[in-house]
Design a protein around this ligand. Structure first.
Ligand code: FE
Ligand code: FE
Ligand code: ZN
Length: 297
């Protein structure tokens, strides 16, 4: 079985999905994840049919399975907040339609932050909103670090949401940085998976975000680090990526871009081509930063 691996890629107004596929291929990926517009706002352009068709052709030529492609919902949509509920629900409905139009069937969503109302209240609001949806697209609830008032920082909270939603198909997106920061021990991932299986069921996992973490376990921070450069470490991440129980699950990198400290200009370069290479070779490269800057400069 070939590893299903890719990264976050951009999706912009000019090239749309075609640009995303080209970017993914330039990293040696066989899948990818994108936002259908700026993640920090809900302004969306109409989808261009022509570039979408060209993108689909390019995907087929390169054996990228449509089922492995992930769309990330904008992170400013907060379903736990009782304010703007109608707007959020309508926006998500439109977003789900756009995803179908683009030919995909998985959307990752941050459950939401309860903004001081308490987890119970937040989760109640999330469930209410998700019950207004009934898309064919599966919504994957992402496990969160527990930064601020984030809901979904434990498997129990995710399970509570899943149990409360009747109309909309749901699954889960694990994020290794978030799990670490939420207090799960990523050096013993099989034990974490056992716990997940007992509470939710491994078959619900539709995606896994592969990130190292800048912070120690249980820090509730959510700051991603490049593969092998953080507190989780290369060997632990490799064990997670190659875990037999997740072999059919797409692995998506969301590690930070590399700063150009060599010529001290403020350009940033994507690390994914080189991180994917390290992962395929199962060999850590402690010269990653220099290599990346050299390659893109
Ligand atoms: Fe996310
Ligand atoms: Fe993530
Ligand atoms: Zn994160």
């Amino acid at each position: 079985m070939e590893l299903i691996i890719g990264s976050h890629v951009s999706f912009n107004g000019t090239n749309g999905l075609l640009g995303s596929v080209e970017e993914a291929l330039s990293y040696g990926s066989n899948t990818f994840m994108f936002y259908t517009g700026a993640p920090q706002n809900t302004v969306r352009k109409e989808i261009d049919k022509d570039t979408t068709l060209k993108a689909h052709e390019l995907m087929k030529e390169n054996n990228i399975d449509f089922k492995n492609v992930i769309v990330h919902a904008p992170y400013i949509v907060n379903l736990a907040n009782p304010k703007n509920m109608d707007f959020n629900i309508n926006f998500l409905k439109q977003e789900l339609k756009r995803i179908e139009e683009l030919g995909f069937d998985k959307m990752v969503l941050h459950p939401g932050s309860h903004i001081g109302l308490g987890s119970e209240e937040g989760i109640k609001n999330i469930i209410f909103c998700l019950n207004q949806l009934d898309s064919k697209v599966t919504i994957l609830l992402e496990t969160m670090a527990g930064k601020g008032s984030e809901c979904g920082k434990t498997f129990a909270e995710i399970k509570q949401i899943i149990d409360g939603v009747k109309s909309q198909k749901l699954g889960v997106c694990l994020d290794t940085c978030h799990l670490n920061d939420a207090g799960y021990d990523m050096s013993n991932f099989d034990k974490v998976l056992d716990e997940f299986d007992k509470i939710i069921g491994i078959d619900k996992i539709g995606c896994i975000h592969i990130n190292d973490s800048k912070n120690v376990i249980n820090s509730h921070k959510d700051r991603h680090e490049n593969i092998g450069y953080g507190t989780i470490g290369f060997d632990n991440l490799i064990k997670i990526i190659y875990n037999e129980r997740l072999k059919n699950v797409p692995k998506i990198l969301e590690t930070p871009y590399i700063g150009n400290d060599i010529d001290s200009k403020e350009r940033l370069y994507p690390p994914y081509k080189f991180e994917i290479e390290m992962i395929k070779n199962k060999n850590f490269d402690n010269n990653l930063h220099e290599k990346i800057v050299k390659y893109y400069k």
